[in-house]
Design a protein. Structure first.
Length: 142
């Protein structure tokens, strides 16, 4: 062994450790990309007129207003996610797990906790906000 060999070994092991740390960091960042930070919920909006409730439904985007609508499975009921008259203030229109993937070619089935801005009226789309979603399944629109 010459005098320079131990230093060369030290440099190569430092490089190997640096590469491993970089790889670990990339893996950790990749795993946290899909995680959403919970922000304020629309459930605290003072324009909500009744308690929030959960429906099993399909959220999809449509032309017209409101863009996002929830069909309550097993009914003819459509809930409109308000974006105009009751535009969100201090919270997002849709929960982060949906907002990051929205589009006209996608449908979202799940258990939506919605908060009503309007009373129930027969044959009328009721405006709501989406406080949260659980059991989300994403499908391609047919």
């Amino acid at each position: 062994m010459t005098h320079g060999q131990p230093r060369d070994w030290l440099r190569s092991s430092e490089i190997a450790i640096g590469r491993r740390l970089t790889l670990l960091l990339v893996i950790l960042i990749g795993q946290t990309q899909g995680l959403a930070v919970a922000g304020p919920s629309c459930a605290t909006d003072n324009r909500v007129i009744a308690p929030c409730f959960t429906v099993h439904g399909r959220l999809s985007a449509w032309n017209g207003t409101p863009t996002y609508r929830i069909w309550v499975v097993g009914t003819k009921r459509i809930l409109g996610v308000s974006e105009g008259q009751f535009a969100p203030n201090e919270y997002e229109l849709l929960p982060p797990e949906i907002a990051q993937r929205t589009g006209f070619d996608t449908e979202y089935f799940g258990d939506f906790t919605v908060c009503p801005f309007e009373p129930v009226k027969p044959k009328t789309m009721r405006l709501v906000c989406v406080a949260s979603v659980a059991n989300l399944q994403i499908t391609e629109r047919k």
